[in-house]
Design a protein around this ligand. Structure first.
Ligand code: UD1
Ligand code: CA
Length: 478
């Protein structure tokens, strides 16, 4: 992701992501848990990047190597600041101002564990902050957010301070306006005020929230903005919240595609990553999951029961119970029910893949058919070819993988084994049940199986008392 910095860009967006997230009870750092195709931190970075800030700063601490690797992977221009010990949100920001110096202009602070916060909301926060000429503007929300800081106002409703829940009086705890933890600051005033934060609170931490009160006491204008969607300020602290967040984000994604003209039959069982694109009039059936860089063409019918990862589906294709990874599926292709496309598979336009077929690193030409119970590995199948039921492309000799080529309009008889490397010429046939080890030239029929011999009356002689013998006797006497 590249930032397109302009004159109106904020000086910085700072993402706090140094905390451990103990309640996740995980070997994976909290901000690297994934929802809807991105890590929690990834979502924060994408939202921040929408503002095209002059600097994008990520504060890391716990599992700093892993977390900074993800930050840089998502935004190569991100500056990573290490906060060795997590001594509070104020301390984290002090580490930033000490590391990068004063940042004149607007500095937005947000967290690496708030994937529902939209870039649009941050942008509006910055816009209002600048328009009002505030020293700080706090993003708040109304509702019920247990554990969050409360926004304390005076009798006239003017902002006074933020009090943490554990430091709040019962009356303050009853306040229904909550601190999101996101702020737009004047960078110059922030650098000064952050040095004056004390640890005089129940956790003996440097609270970033105290900066807001310091600025107000200094006589600077302080404002708030209530988030339009309260859910945006929700963070992730445990796996219950992780699931709730995933659900909320997924709902938002599905709504976006439905409003764009996509039919989603059962939103409750459909999961679509933020990175997926879907064409108009596509229909996504129940129990379907679309992941990564998957692209669905207009009018395609995907599902019920598909799991597609980094897969392209052409226009008007129909997929039923398909698992596909890193594959390309052409226009009007039909696949399923129950097929497995492994990486580097390409199915060209109008081809058909039927039930219980597995493909890997293969190309199926336009209009070709692989209808039943077949394994296709390391193969090129020509246009219009027909692969009979139960064909196995034997690509592996126990040491190496080899390629098989099937020519245009070739016809592979049922239960053929194609022992690679082997080439079946254009328009060639193989006889059912053949184990083909040598090339079949164009237009030839390859037969590779024992010739049939019928032993006259064998059953009558060797299975005398059986129903088979009885049936045979009846039939022979007719
Ligand atoms: C903070 C706010 C609270 C607000 C809430 C919203 C303070 C003192 N309180 O509380 O008013 O309602 O967020 O979620 O700011 N972090 C660091 N370094 C640290 C401490 C925290 O990077 O030393 C990061 C964490 O990784 C996390 C974020 O800052 O992403 C918030 O920290 P957390 O400890 O969860 O703050 P809260 O107590 O929830
Ligand atoms: Ca938190």
């Amino acid at each position: 992701m590249r930032l397109l910095v302009s004159e109106t860009s904020p000086a910085a967006v700072v993402i706090l992501a140094a905390g451990e997230g103990k309640r996740m009870k995980s070997r994976t750092p909290k901000v690297l848990h994934r929802v809807c195709g991105r890590s929690l931190l990834g979502h924060s970075i994408v939202a921040a990047a929408e503002l095209a800030p002059k600097r994008l700063v990520v504060v890391v601490g716990h599992a700093k190597d892993q977390v900074s690797a993800e930050a840089v992977a998502m935004a190569p221009e991100a500056a990573v600041v290490v906060q060795e010990q997590q001594l509070g949100t104020g301390h984290a920001v002090r580490m930033v101002t000490e590391a990068v110096g004063e940042m004149p202009g607007t500095v937005l602070i947000t967290y690496g564990d708030m994937p529902l916060l939209r870039g649009e909301t941050l942008r509006e926060l910055a816009r209002r902050h600048v328009a009002a000429g505030n020293a700080v503007t706090v993003l708040t929300a109304r509702g019920d957010f247990p554990g969050f800081g409360r926004i304390v106002r005076d009798a006239n409703g003017a902002f006074l301070r933020i009090v943490e829940e554990r430091d709040a009086t019962p009356a303050e705890q009853a306040i229904d306006e909550f601190n999101s933890g996101c702020y737009a600051f004047d960078g110059t005033l922030l650098s000064d005020a952050i040095k004056r934060v004390t640890t005089d609170n129940s956790q003996h931490e440097e609270y970033l929230t105290d900066v807001v009160e310091i600025l107000r006491r200094d006589g600077h204008p302080v404002g708030t903005m209530v988030a339009t969607e309260a859910v945006e300020i929700k963070g992730v602290n445990d796996r219950v919240e992780l699931a709730g967040t995933r659900r909320a984000l997924n709902d938002r994604i599905l709504e976006h595609w439905m409003l764009a003209g996509v039919t989603i039959v059962d939103p409750a069982s459909t999961w679509i990553d933020v990175t997926v694109t879907i064409g108009q009039d596509a229909e996504i059936g129940p129990q379907t999951q679309l992941e990564g860089g998957t692209v669905i063409g207009a009018g395609a019918k995907v599902g019920p029961g598909c799991l597609l990862t980094d897969t392209t589906v052409g226009e008007d294709a129909v997929l039923l119970h398909v698992v596909a990874r890193q594959s390309e599926i052409g226009d009007r292709v039909t696949i399923g029910p129950v097929a497995y496309l492994r990486p580097e598979t390409r199915i060209e336009a109008d081809a058909h893949i039927g039930a219980h077929v597995e493909l890997k690193k293969s190309v199926v030409g336009p209009g070709a058919k692989v209808p039943h119970l077949t394994y296709v590995g390391d193969a090129t199948i020509g246009a219009g070819a027909n692969i009979g039921a139960g064909t196995i492309f034997a690509n592996y000799d126990g040491v190496h993988k080899h390629h098989t080529t099937v020519g245009e309009n070739a016809f592979i008889g049922s239960n053929t084994v194609l022992a690679a490397p082997v080439t079946i010429g254009d328009g060639a046939y193989t006889a059912a049940g053949s184990a083909i080890t040598d090339d079949v030239p164009p237009g030839d029929l390859g037969i590779a199986r024992g010739k049939q011999h019928n032993s006259d009356g064998w059953v009558l002689r060797n299975r005398e008392q059986t129903r088979s013998a009885e049936a045979a006797r009846r039939s022979r006497s007719e």
